[in-house]
Design a protein around this ligand. Structure first.
Ligand code: ZN
Length: 291
């Protein structure tokens, strides 16, 4: 998110802060060199070319692709829908003792927008360069995770491994825009309750090597909008109690708190994931002057 400032001759100001509270999870990236048409890498690339960026993620194509993969591996599938046009794909690998609490692996199908003009290769081209890098929006966040789940299960099944507990994978929509028609309704549903989940894993950070960090917590977002009112003014004079002055008091307090948290990270006393991150992301001031 960027920091957008619009200053006009103003009597009303809005400022939007995004807070992220402590904690995290993990994932990885392929280091495989296969280049044939049906390898983990090529399957990953086939997923990457599906246009999943907001505001118009192609969920139908994602579900069709992931279904075909799950079917190939011999997994059970179910498509749920908690909002119109917002499918949620639930894939299941039955364990030898399905009465035990299950394992749930989660991944979201949508991606944040991209600005194609700023990319070396088009964001949904999944171009793989000679040094092995693959370029695609959503490759790390979090299509690599979606594919890793399936590839891991494919490998284990090829070795005739059968888990004791049932393993589910949920592919959810709208994570990047809050998940109100996705994970939020899913976890409140009877379908979720019936899964009897005992352990769950979600996305985290990709790794350029074969070492993967597993995080056991995540940050919770809290969005805060501050609205400040003040005395309207004329450009030729100065008044006390302007909206901007009032707003600055709040900004200063929040900025000091932000600094105190960042200082802890800079001093090496805590990781970024262990402090409260605060970012001001949007400022809006009305009433616009006529052009
Ligand atoms: Zn993500």
């Amino acid at each position: 998110m960027g920091f957008n400032v619009v200053f006009q001759k103003a009597d009303l100001l809005f400022i939007f802060f995004s807070f992220h509270f402590s904690l995290s999870f993990s994932h990885s990236q392929y280091a495989d060199d296969e280049s044939d048409q049906d390898s983990p890498i090529s399957r990953f690339q086939r997923y990457l070319i599906i246009k999943t960026a907001h505001p118009d993620p192609d969920y139908a194509s994602v579900v069709a692709f992931l279904r075909s993969q799950a079917q190939e591996i011999g997994l059970h599938m179910q498509v749920l829908e908690f909002g119109p046009g917002k499918p949620l794909l639930l894939v299941t690998w039955y364990g030898s003792n399905p009465s035990l609490p299950s394992v749930l692996l989660n991944s979201h199908m949508d991606s944040v927008p991209s600005e194609p003009s700023k990319w070396l290769h088009p964001p949904f081209s999944a171009v793989r360069t000679s040094d092995g890098k693959i370029f695609a929006r959503g490759s790390q966040d979090d299509k690599c995770i979606a594919i890793q789940y399936l590839e891991a299960i494919r490998n284990l099944r090829n070795r005739d491994f059968i888990p004791v507990r049932t393993v589910h994978i949920s592919y959810v929509p709208d994570e990047e825009i809050g998940g109100s028609d996705g994970a939020t309704k899913f976890v409140q549903s009877k379908e979720f309750k019936e899964l009897n989940v005992g352990f769950m894993m979600d996305e985290g950070q990709a790794s350029p090597r074969d070492e993967f960090r597993v995080f056991y917590a995540d940050k919770s977002p809290w969005s805060l909008i501050i609205k400040d009112k003040g005395t309207p003014c004329h450009g030729s004079r100065m008044y006390d109690n302007s909206a901007m002055e009032n707003l600055m008091k709040s900004v200063e307090i929040i900025s000091r708190f932000r600094e105190s948290q960042f200082e802890i990270v800079k001093a090496g006393e805590a990781a970024n994931s262990e402090v409260i991150s605060v970012n001001s992301v949007f400022v809006n001031a009305g009433i616009p002057s006529p052009k």
